[in-house]
Design a protein around this ligand. Structure first.
Ligand code: NAD
Ligand code: WQD
Length: 343
């Protein structure tokens, strides 16, 4: 019998791609989303790709009673992948309580329900932001967690601690935190992708919107960093690779293969690219010249961050298959599809 997986935030960017990957592997999916940063159209996109419409419950996970009632209604949930959260770093500085409520309370309410269940398997969306500027590159999972630069980053650190502490006293709770580096790109079919609301804060949606003529030019934040070309270095990972990693991690939990009941993995490509290299990759695959200008450094940016992926490669037997050009190509295709929709 196929396994039933709850995907919170399943209509969001990474969640929707993971729902596709799960359905393609034969999992049954139920999505919870409050549509605070997504749209019901995403359900159609998922269905067009997989020919299967996932179950969907519009529910705000900040409402503890609704979370409880959901788990009463769904007595058979084999695993939970928890994407739902607020993710804008700048907004978290302006409105920390929104971030602590949405990213911490929701996590606690779900764990409180899972703790009561026989077999609970849980995957948490964490972030490379927990490392801050690491002292050694590439970054392994053993690198120290640095004091968070933002309330958003802090919610990921606290979230991981909450899960680790809970797993210590609830041995039947099996959990994995996945620390994503910089997710980019879209499904190659362009049926789903990233939907940034307002002015994008992240590099790739800003690049594609600029190329589409919606923004005048890209500001490259800083060209005097101690890197080969002076711009910051990141590990850009295709969202398709990321989605597949969730399925692999889930299978590890379902098959009881984990060595400890709480584990942490980096998810990146292992390769760092500078902002200028990212622009070049975009220009190559799109055939477009991207207007950009150097600007001041952005507060809070680390100089360089890329993953040591040995643990994910060896333990999860997962490895990123796409490169930055593949990711840029799919992001550009998705942007062009959005433009057609808006016309
Ligand atoms: P997203 O905003 O596209 O998806 C999150 C989804 O959760 C949205 O559909 C939103 O409507 C929903 N949601 C938010 N609060 C909710 C609530 N209270 N109840 C129900 N639904 C709620 O974000 P994403 O980029 O897909 O990120 C998914 C997860 O990965 C987040 O936890 C994020 O912090 C983490 N993460 C993202 C990145 C990134 O760069 N995108 C990097 C590292 C970690
Ligand atoms: C990438 C590079 C910018 C925009 C953020 C969060 C992190 C994680 C991933 C969730 C940097 C430069 C960007 C622009 C630019 N999210 N840039 N001009 O900051 O590495 O990580 O998303 O957990 O927590 O902080 O990603 O895409 O914003 O920036 O020059 O207009 O592009 O300075 O070097 P970042 P990003």
């Amino acid at each position: 019998m196929s396994k039933k997986i709850l995907v919170t935030g399943g209509l969001g960017y990474i969640g929707s791609h993971t729902v596709v990957a799960l359905q393609e592997k034969g999992f049954e999916v139920v999505i919870i989303d409050n549509l605070s940063n997504s749209s019901l159209d995403v359900l159609g996109g998922i269905t067009r790709i997989t020919k299967v419409s996932p179950e969907f419950e519009k529910l705000d996970l900040r409402d503890k009673n609704s979370v409880k009632a959901f788990f009463e209604r769904y007595s058979k949930i084999d695993g939970v992948i928890h994407f739902a959260a607020s993710k804008a770093v700048g907004e978290s500085v302006q409105n920390p309580l929104l971030y602590y409520e949405n990213n911490i309370n929701t996590l606690i309410y779900i764990l409180q329900e899972l703790k009561e269940r026989e077999d609970s398997r849980f995957i948490f969306s964490s972030s490379c932001t927990v490392y801050g500027q690491a002292d050694e590159l590439p970054i392994t999972e053993n690198a120290p967690v640095k004091k968070a630069e933002s309330p958003y980053g802090n919610t990921k650190q606290i979230g991981e601690e909450i899960i680790a502490d809970t797993c210590k006293v609830v041995p039947r709770l099996k959990a994995i935190s996945l620390r994503y580096f910089n997710p980019i790109g879209a499904h190659p079919s362009a049926n789903i992708g990233e939907l940034p609301i307002g002015t994008p804060q992240n590099l790739v949606p800003f690049i594609t919107q600029t190329a589409a003529g919606k923004r005048e030019k890209l500001s490259v934040f800083g060209n005097d960093y101690p890197t080969p070309d002076g711009t910051c270095i990141r590990d850009y990972i295709h969202v398709m690779d990321l989605a597949r990693a969730h399925v692999v991690a889930l299978e590890r939990l379902l098959e009881g293969e984990q060595e400890e009941n709480y584990e942490v993995f980096n998810l990146g490509t292992g390769k760092g690219n500078s902002v200028l290299e990212a622009i070049k990759a975009f220009e190559k695959v799109s055939g477009q010249k991207l207007p950009y200008a150097f600007a001041d450094r952005r507060e809070g940016d680390v100089i360089s961050a890329y993953a040591d992926t040995t643990k994910a490669n060896e333990v999860l037997k997962w490895k990123a298959e796409y490169d930055i050009e593949d990711a840029m190509e799919s992001a550009w295709k998705w942007q062009q599809k959005l433009e057609v929709k808006e016309d």
